[in-house]
Ligand binder design. Structure first.
Ligand SMILES: Cc1ncc(COP(=O)(O)O)c(C=O)c1O
Length: 459
C-alpha cells in the first residue's frame, strides 16, 4: 500500500469509530458540567506531545474521549459570550463537507458547492428581509466586518491602487472590538474611528452622530462610513437604523450594519430590525444565532460591483473563461479568501432538515428565555438588572456582594456558565441565550446558582 493509503475495511472501521464517538458525546452532553474542571497545566501535559515517527493507527481516535473531558461542552446551560450551540445536523454536514474536500473558490473549481453557497446566501438574505442582497460565507463576524469596511473604503475613498488615505468611520461606544481592529488593519487608523455616545438604552445617539460628522467636515476630514450595530455584544442594544440610514444617505456615507450577534433574530422578530434592507452591507453569524457549528460568518451586500472593486485581483492562472454568468462566478472576486471550505453544506443540511419555522421558533424561545430571566431578576430582592433587554443578553448584578467573586464561584460550581460585561462602569454578570438546547429549568438555574454562589461567599 502507498503512504497515507487506508484500506476500505480500515476506513469503514474508522468512520464507525468517529460516528460512534460523536453519538456518545451528543447523548452525554446534558450530564456534563458547563465548564470542565481543568487547567492550562493539565491540558498542556496531556496534549503537548511529540508527533510520533510511526503512526498510532486507530487508537488515536480514542483520544477523543480524553479531549471531551477538557473541552467546554455545548450544553443548554452555557450562557457566556455569544456562543451558538452547535446543531448536530450541521455538524454532520461539516463532516460530509470535509469528505468532499471542495475548494469553493469559484463555480469552475467547485460547481455544486458554489451553487449551494449562493442558494444558502439567498436564504439568509431573505430571512433577514434583504432579499436583493448577495454575498458570501466567511470565518465569522470579524472577517465579515473587515470585508465590509474594505468595501466601504473602496467605495468612498479608493485605496487599492494608491494606498489608504485617512477617512473617518463612526460607530457607537458599544461597538464590537472587530471594528477598531478592521479600521486598524485597513490603514484607516483607529484614531479615525469616532465612538459615538449612547442613550440610556445603550443605542447610538443620532444627534451626537450628526454633530461628529459636522465637526469632521468642518475640520477638513473625510467621513466615509457609519457602522450601526443590531445586537451590541454586551447588551443586545439595537442602534436606531432608520435614523442612521437617513443620515448616511444625506451625508453620502456607506452604512454597514454589524448583525453578527443579533441580525438573524430578524427571522423571528422582523419588527425590531426595520431598515436592515437599507444598509450597504450587513454581517451575520450563523454560528451564533442560527446555532450552526463554528465557523460560519456571512457578509451580505447590495452592490456586487463594489465587492469586485474591493476584492477582485485575478491572476492569470485563475482567470475564468465562460459565457455563462454562473459558470464564470468566482467568490474570490468578492471576498478576502481564495481557498475556501464548503461552509454552506452544513447550512444546506441543517436549515432544510429542520425547516424555517423550527429556527424561527428556537430564536423566539431564546428571546423568551431572556425576558423570563430579566423578570426573575427584577423581582428578586437581592438582584438588579443593569441594562434593558432588547434581544437575548441579560446584564445584572447582585446588589450587595462582590459580583466578580460570584462569577468565579458560579463557574466553579459547574452548573451554569455566565460571562461578564461592564455597564456604565459597573461590573455585570451576563447571560446570553443563543442556544437551542436551553430549557426553562436551565434559565431558572441561573438565578438559583447566582444566589447559591453569593451565599457561599459568606462562609
Ligand atoms: C456584535 C458583534 N460583532 C462581531 C462579532 C465577531 O464575530 P466573530 O466572533 O464571529 O468573529 C461579535 C462576536 O461576538 C459580535 O457580538
Amino acid at each position: 500500500m502507498r503512504e497515507l493509503e487506508i484500506s476500505n475495511q480500515d476506513l469503514s472501521d474508522l468512520a464507525d469509530d468517529a460516528l460512534s464517538l460523536a453519538r456518545s458525546y451528543w447523548t452525554s452532553l446534558e450530564d456534563r458540567p458547563t465548564y470542565p474542571s481543568t487547567s492550562a497545566k493539565q491540558t498542556t501535559e496531556l496534549f503537548s506531545r511529540p508527533w510520533p515517527e510511526d503512526g498510532r493507527g486507530r487508537d488515536v481516535f480514542q483520544d477523543f474521549n480524553l479531549i471531551t473531558e477538557h473541552v467546554r461542552p455545548s450544553t443548554g446551560r452555557f450562557f457566556g459570550y455569544v456562543v451558538g450551540s452547535g446543531e448536530p445536523v450541521g455538524a454532520l454536514g461539516e463532516l460530509l463537507a470535509a469528505v468532499l474536500n471542495q475548494n469553493v473558490t469559484s463555480w469552475r473549481s467547485a460547481p455544486a458547492a458554489t451553487s449551494i453557497e449562493r442558494a444558502v446566501i439567498g436564504w439568509l438574505a431573505q430571512a433577514v428581509g434583504c432579499a436583493r442582497f448577495t454575498g458570501s460565507l466567511c470565518g465569522g463576524g470579524s472577517t465579515a466586518n473587515l470585508m465590509a469596511l474594505a468595501m466601504a473604503r473602496e467605495a468612498k475613498l479608493p485605496a487599492n491602487e494608491t494606498g489608504a488615505r485617512p477617512g473617518v468611520i463612526y460607530a457607537s461606544e458599544q461597538v464590537h472590538m472587530s471594528i477598531p481592529k478592521a479600521v486598524a488593519l485597513l490603514g484607516i487608523g483607529r484614531k479615525n474611528l469616532r465612538l459615538i455616545p449612547v442613550d440610556e438604552q445603550l443605542r447610538m445617539r443620532t444627534d451626537a452622530l450628526e454633530a461628529a460628522i459636522a465637526e469632521d467636515r468642518k475640520s477638513g476630514n473625510t467621513p466615509i462610513a457609519i457602522v450601526a450595530t443590531v445586537g451590541a455584544v454586551a447588551t443586545g442594544a439595537i442602534d436606531p437604523l432608520m435614523d442612521i440610514e437617513e443620515i448616511a444617505r444625506r451625508e453620502a456615507l456607506w452604512l454597514h450594519v454589524d448583525g453578527a450577534y443579533g441580525g438573524l433574530a430578524a427571522l423571528a422578530v422582523p419588527e425590531k430590525f426595520q431598515g436592515l434592507a437599507l444598509a450597504d452591507s450587513l454581517s451575520l453569524d450563523a454560528h451564533k444565532w442560527l446555532y450552526q457549528p463554528l465557523d460560519c460568518g456571512c457578509l451580505l451586500y447590495r452592490d456586487q460591483s463594489i465587492a469586485h472593486a474591493a476584492f477582485s485581483h485575478s491572476g492569470d492562472y485563475v482567470k475564468i473563461f465562460s459565457q455563462d454568468p454562473e459558470e464564470a462566478f468566482a467568490f474570490f472576486e468578492e471576498s478576502i479568501e481564495l481557498s475556501r471550505r464548503f461552509r454552506a453544506l452544513k447550512l444546506w443540511m441543517s436549515l432544510q432538515y429542520h425547516g424555517r419555522r423550527a429556527f424561527r421558533d428556537a430564536i423566539a424561545r431564546d428571546l423568551h428565555h431572556a425576558q423570563m430571566l430579566a423578570e426573575m431578576i427584577s423581582s428578586h430582592a437581592e438582584m438588579e438588572l443593569l441594562a434593558p433587554v432588547p434581544l437575548s443578553a441579560v446584564c445584572f448584578r447582585h446588589r450587595s456582594k462582590d459580583n466578580q467573586a460570584i462569577l468565579r464561584r458560579v463557574i466553579a460550581r459547574g452548573r451554569v456558565y455566565l460571562s461578564n460585561a461592564t455597564i456604565n462602569g459597573q461590573f455585570a454578570l451576563r447571560a446570553c441565550f443563543v442556544n437551542h438546547r436551553t430549557t426553562t429549568d436551565d434559565v431558572r438555574a441561573i438565578v438559583s446558582e447566582v444566589i447559591a454562589a453569593a451565599d457561599e461567599l459568606n462562609r
